[in-house]
Design a protein around this ligand. Structure first.
Ligand SMILES: [Zn+2]
Ligand SMILES: [Zn+2]
Length: 481
C-alpha cells in the first residue's frame, strides 16, 4: 500500500512538472491536481495525517491580530511550516466597537449663524455623529434709549447709556416694534465697532452713525426703505450692500468713508442724493465712457454717480441705467445733447444744472419725476417735451431757463414745485392742466412774457397762495379756445 502511494505521489509530481518537493509542496500539489484526478479517488488514497514518525513539525507561530473598532482580530496560533498542520488554531476575536468621545464643538453658534458639533471615536477618530448647534438668541445691548414715534405704535432707538462696542438693537421694545434709528442717535460714538439691526428697522435717521469712526461692520436689513442724510458719514465701513427695499439714499450718506471700497446699489434705488460718495477715496467705480457708475452684480451701471470730463459735448447714458445721482452732469457747460435711456424713471435733483449749452433733451416716457433743479440755469434750452408719464416737476426744475419758449405740461402732472419756472423770460404761454393739484410758491416769478392758461375755473386750495406772486395774466377755465 505504501509503495502504491509513493508511486502515485511521484506520478503527481511529474504531472505538475515539479521535481523537487517538500511535504508542504506535495500537499499543495495534491490540492491542485484534484481538478485532474477525481476527489473521490484521492480521498480513498490519501491518509488524513501523515505518519507521526515521518518528521518532527517545524513550528511556526501565527501571530495574534489585534481587533480594531470595526474589524475582528485573531488569537495567536501555531502551524507546522513543513506539513502545514495547524497545531494551535487561531480564534476570531470580536471587534472592539467605537469608544465615543464627548461632543466636540467644531463651530460655535452665533446670533446670526448656526454652529456645529460632533462625536468621534477616541480610538480611531471616526466621526460618529454630527449635529448643528442652534443660533444664539439675540441679546440686545443694554442701556439703549427708546423714543416713542409719533404714530405711538413703534419706537426709534438711540445710544442712551449703552457702552457696547458691538451694538445689538432689539426688534421690540415695550411690546412695540423698533422701526427707526433716531436722527443722530449714535452720532460720534467712536467706540462702536459693529451694529446689528433687526429687520423691523425701516428708517435709518439722518446722521444716525455720523462720525462713528470705528464703525466697521454694518448689515442693513432688507426692511430699510430710507437712509437719511449723512447716516454713515465718516465711518470705517469697508463694504456695504444696500438692500433692494431701499428707494432713496439721502445726501452725504457715505461721504468720507475712506475705507469704503465696494458698495452694492440695487435697481430699486430711484434717487441718490448729493455728495453721497464725496471723499470715499478707496471706492471702486465701474466706468463707462468716462462716466462713473455703481451698481450690482446683474447691473454694474445701475447708478451714474458722476461724469469725469466736464468738457464733453455729447453723452449717451447706457440702457439699463436706473438713476443718475444728484448733480451728475452739473456744470457740463459744453454739453449740447444727451440721451436718457428708457430704463430710467427719475431725473435726479440738479442732474443737469447749469448745462448752459444744452439745447434740447428728450425725456423718455418712462420718467415719472423731474427732480428739483434738474434743468436749472440751462440757459440754451429752447424746447422740452414732458411725456405723459411724469407726475411731478420738482422745485426750481426749469428756473432760469431763459431760452425756454415752448413747454407742454401733460395731464398726468399733479405737482409743480416751488419756483419751478422762475425766470423763464422767453416763455410766452403755459397751459396748466386740470390734473395739477399743487403748485408751489413763485412758480412763475420773473416770467416777464408769460400768460398762464388754467383749465380749472379758479385757484385750487392746493396751490400756494404765492403761486403767481408776480401777477402774470391768467386765463381761467381754458378749454383750448
Ligand atoms: Zn509538519
Ligand atoms: Zn473607533
Amino acid at each position: 500500500m505504501k509503495k502504491t502511494i509513493s508511486i502515485l505521489l511521484l506520478l503527481l509530481v511529474i504531472i505538475s512538472g515539479i521535481t523537487l518537493a517538500s511535504c508542504e509542496d506535495i500537499v499543495i500539489i495534491i490540492k491542485q491536481s484534484t481538478t485532474a484526478i477525481t476527489t473521490t479517488k484521492m480521498e480513498h488514497i490519501l491518509p488524513v495525517d501523515p505518519p507521526v514518525d515521518d518528521h518532527t513539525h517545524t513550528i511556526v507561530i501565527d501571530p495574534a491580530v489585534a481587533p480594531t473598532c470595526t474589524k475582528t482580530g485573531l488569537t495567536e496560533g501555531q502551524h507546522c511550516s513543513e506539513c502545514e498542520e495547524i497545531l494551535i488554531k487561531q480564534e476570531i476575536v470580536d471587534a472592539l466597537g467605537h469608544t465615543e468621545s464627548d461632543w466636540i464643538v467644531d463651530k460655535e453658534a452665533t446670533t446670526s449663524e448656526e454652529g456645529s458639533k460632533h462625536i468621534e471615536c477616541t480610538v480611531c477618530y471616526d466621526v460618529l455623529k454630527t449635529e448643528t448647534i442652534p443660533m444664539l438668541p439675540v441679546v440686545a445691548s443694554e442701556g439703549l434709549r427708546f423714543v416713542l414715534n409719533s404714530d405711538e405704535k413703534s419706537y426709534a432707538v438711540a445710544i442712551g447709556e449703552c457702552t457696547d462696542t458691538n451694538i445689538i438693537i432689539p426688534e421690540v421694545y415695550n411690546g412695540l416694534p423698533v422701526t427707526q434709528l433716531f436722527e443722530s442717535g449714535f452720532k460720534d460714538c467712536e467706540f462702536i465697532v459693529s451694529i446689528k439691526m433687526p429687520d423691523t428697522i425701516e428708517y435709518i435717521g439722518a446722521g444716525a452713525f455720523s462720525g462713528c469712526n470705528s464703525l466697521k461692520n454694518v448689515t442693513i436689513p432688507d426692511s430699510v426703505k430710507n437712509i437719511g442724510g449723512s447716516a454713515f458719514y465718516g465711518t470705517a465701513i469697508t463694504s456695504v450692500v444696500i438692500p433692494d427695499s431701499v428707494t432713496y439714499i439721502g445726501n452725504w450718506v457715505f461721504a468720507y468713508c475712506k475705507s469704503l471700497t465696494s458698495i452694492t446699489i440695487p435697481e430699486s434705488v430711484e434717487c441718490i442724493g448729493a455728495n453721497v460718495f464725496n471723499g470715499c477715496s478707496s471706492l471702486q467705480y465701474n466706468e463707462y465712457d468716462n462716466g462713473l457708475y455703481l451698481g450690482n452684480e446683474e447691473n454694474p451701471y445701475s447708478a451714474l454717480i458722476s461724469y469725469q470730463d466736464r468738457t464733453i459735448t455729447t453723452y449717451n447714458i447706457p440702457e439699463g441705467t436706473k438713476t443718475i445721482a444728484y448733480g451728475a452732469f452739473s456744470n457740463c457747460t459744453a454739453l449740447t445733447t444727451i440721451s436718457i435711456p428708457e430704463s430710467m424713471t427719475y431725473i435726479s435733483d440738479y442732474a443737469f444744472i447749469s448745462c448752459t449749452a444744452l439745447k434740447t433733451i428728450i425725456i423718455p416716457d418712462t420718467i415719472t419725476n423731474i427732480g428739483s433743479g434738474a434743468f436749472r440755469n440751462c440757459s440754451s434750452l429752447e424746447t422740452i417735451i414732458i411725456p405723459d408719464t411724469v407726475t411731478e416737476i420738482g422745485g426750481w426744475a426749469f428756473e432760469n431757463c431763459t431760452s425756454l419758449s415752448n413747454i407742454t405740461i401733460p395731464h398726468t402732472v399733479k405737482y409743480i414745485g416751488w419756483q419751478a419756472f422762475k425766470g423763464c423770460t422767453s416763455l410766452e404761454s403755459i397751459i396748466i392742466p386740470a390734473s395739477v393739484e399743487r403748485i408751489g410758491g413763485q412758480a412763475f416769478d420773473g416770467c416777464t412774457s408769460l400768460t398762464i392758461y388754467c383749465e380749472v375755473e379758479e385757484k385750487l386750495s392746493g396751490w400756494d397762495s404765492l403761486w403767481n406772486l408776480s401777477n402774470r395774466p391768467v386765463v381761467w377755465g381754458y378749454t383750448g379756445e
